[in-house]
Ligand binder design. Structure first.
Ligand code: BTN
Length: 252
């Protein structure tokens, strides 16, 4: 539910019918001008939508939310930058949870409904010395798309989950409100509470499941949490092992 209007998040909206990538546009804007905090770039379609690890982000025209928020965190150490993944994951999770059951955050910050991916997030930070100077939080949330390309492993959308069509603008407003809420907590340095909330909703936490390592080995283990750098901690036969993003994939 939207309890109040955001004060700055998504107040300045730059809207396109088509663009290569809202994250790329946001980065150009930061490089050339001084966009106000909370500026939100949205587009009906992206010709080169960016996913994690160089992947393409698919989204049919005018069906889904494709948005990038520009923020300047206050005194956020580069060593704490994973909190930007935490707050964006929590914000999107809240929005999805107000319409769907069984919503979780798949590390680092995909949003899942049961075993299906409903949203992806691409956080791109610029550092200044030891601090995060600016961040672009790129959020792709599947809203009204109901038929996805077959090569996507497990997509879903709010429409598929609820049999309802949604206003993209209302979803964006709701998301802006939740992102502002968690961003304020981050600036107030509520690190422990934010991390705990993230862990409370972590997909497959404490469940013995299969994972694929980079060298092709399959392992069974249970996620127990994340370390300070945001690496995933898995208990494999009693040994707690950290994994960076590119080092492991989930067998779903
Ligand atoms: C992922 O791979 O799961 C992350 C996907 C992030 C997609 C969003 S859509 C809006 C923003 N602009 C981009 O080019 N990517 C992000």
């Amino acid at each position: 539910m939207i309890t109040h209007e955001p004060l700055f998040m998504g107040k300045n909206v730059i809207q396109f019918e088509e663009i290569d990538s809202t994250n790329v546009y946001a980065a150009e804007l930061i490089a050339k001008t001084n966009p106000m905090e909370g500026t939100c770039i949205v587009s009906d379609f992206q010709s080169a939508g960016k996913g994690q690890i160089g992947r393409y982000w698919h989204s049919a025209a005018a069906k889904n939310l494709l948005s990038s928020f520009i923020l300047y965190p206050k005194n956020l150490a580069a060593t704490d930058q994973f909190y930007l993944n935490i707050i964006s994951g929590l914000a999107v999770m809240d929005v999805v949870s107000s319409f769907c059951k069984d919503v979780s955050i798949k590390w680092p910050n995909d949003i899942y409904v049961q075993n299906k991916k409903i949203a992806g997030i691409l956080v791109q930070n610029t550092l200044r010395g030891k601090d995060v100077k600016s961040t672009i939080i790129g959020i792709g949330l599947n809203v009204n798309e109901s038929a996805f390309p077959h090569d996507l492993p497990n997509p879903t959308s709010l429409a598929l989950e609820t049999d309802t069509l949604f206003s993209l603008e209302n979803i964006r407003l709701h998301l802006s409100t939740r992102l502002e809420y968690y961003y304020n907590k981050l600036n107030a340095k509520h690190y422990t509470a934010l991390k705990q909330q993230y862990l409370n909703h972590l997909y497959r936490k404490n469940m013995l499941c299969g994972y694929l390592l980079n060298d092709g080995t399959k392992i069974n283990g249970a996620i127990i949490g994340i370390d300070h750098d945001g690496r995933l901690l898995i208990n494999i036969d009693g040994k707690i092992t950290p994994f960076a993003f590119r080092e492991i994939s989930y067998i779903i």
